[in-house]
Ligand binder design. Structure first.
Ligand code: COA
Length: 257
């Protein structure tokens, strides 16, 4: 598929999506959101892909937010629709993919940019990265899941402070509060993402999909995460990967999934 705002590269079973609007600090306009949806859908439906790395082009920004120029004249209904559509098409969509998505935050991750990183399964950052939800400085609130995912990751008090002050935090602070899992120098960011992806692909992809579903279930309204875990755990026993994984262990060899 041809894209104008993103780059997609696949190497072995690791796909890298780079948001590529550096002149606008990779801000998420409508076209970019749609292209990202199509790229994630394409990669997730291809059984040859096992991990996705999401990053931004250039050395300044991961994503500096939703494209403010696109929604500045919206009314109440249009605003609600923007958030609803965006959550469905991209943010919830990523969180519920079958394969893991690692956000490699290479600079500013603000507003919709931080919400995008938080929709990924985990995050790593370069030491120049700055993160925040500055929406209240624009007279609006985070609308792509930020008011829900930030408290899940950093706790309610820290999330309230970040949202109310609209302040950016540095990568080290993001590490301290659990928003990102690792912080490295900018040139080491993609190599680290690739190293982690290479580690993940050695494991059973069907078990990883089951784990994503079980973990996500604990954060869904009206869904019992423990029950989902029981079901997903049981399902694993019917897979070729379970047979290979347990047989390989008993035969004292490396599993070949
Ligand atoms: N939406 C639309 N355009 C954006 C943008 C966004 N969220 N963030 C940056 N841009 C554009 C700027 O308008 C500018 O475009 P121009 O060169 O055509 O004028 C370009 O990207 C570069 O940004 P600039 O502000 O000149 O860079 P800077 O280094 O001075 O500041 C930031 C960087 C990130 C601090 C600043 O761009 C910013 O505050 N962006 C908005 C962040 C935000 O509020 N995001 C939440 C949106 S809901």
């Amino acid at each position: 598929m041809k894209y104008h705002n993103i780059l997609v590269e696949t190497n072995k079973s690791i796909a890298t999506i780079t948001i590529n609007r550096p002149k606008k600090l990779n801000a998420l306009n409508r076209d970019t959101i749609n292209e990202l949806h199509n790229a994630f859908l394409d990669i997730d439906s291809d059984k040859n892909n096992n991990v996705i790395i999401l990053t931004g082009s250039g050395d300044k920004a991961f994503v500096a937010g939703a494209d403010i120029a696109e929604f500045s004249d919206f009314d109440v209904a249009e605003g609600a629709n923007l958030a609803k559509k965006g959550q469905e098409v991209l943010f919830d969509f990523i969180e519920n993919l079958n394969i893991p998505v690692i956000a490699a935050i290479n600079g500013f991750a603000l507003g919709g940019g931080l919400e995008l990183a938080m929709a990924c399964h985990f995050r790593i950052a370069s030491d120049n990265a700055k993160m925040g939800l500055p929406e209240v400085s624009l007279g609006v609130i985070p609308g792509y899941g930020g008011t829900q995912r930030l408290p899940q990751l950093v706790g309610k008090g820290k999330a309230m402070e970040m949202i109310m002050t609209a302040r950016m935090i540095a990568a080290e602070d993001a590490y301290q509060c659990g928003l990102v899992n690792h912080v490295v120098a900018q040139e080491a960011l993609l190599p680290l993402a690739e190293k982690m992806a290479s580690k993940i692909i050695q494991n059973s992809s069907t078990a990883i999909t089951a784990a994503i579903k079980a973990v996500n279930a604990g954060f869904k309204d009206g869904v019992n995460g423990y029950q989902t875990e029981i079901e997903q755990f049981g399902n694993c026993f019917g897979t070729d990967d379970f047979e290979e994984g347990t047989t390989a262990f008993l035969e004292k060899r490396k599993a070949n999934f």
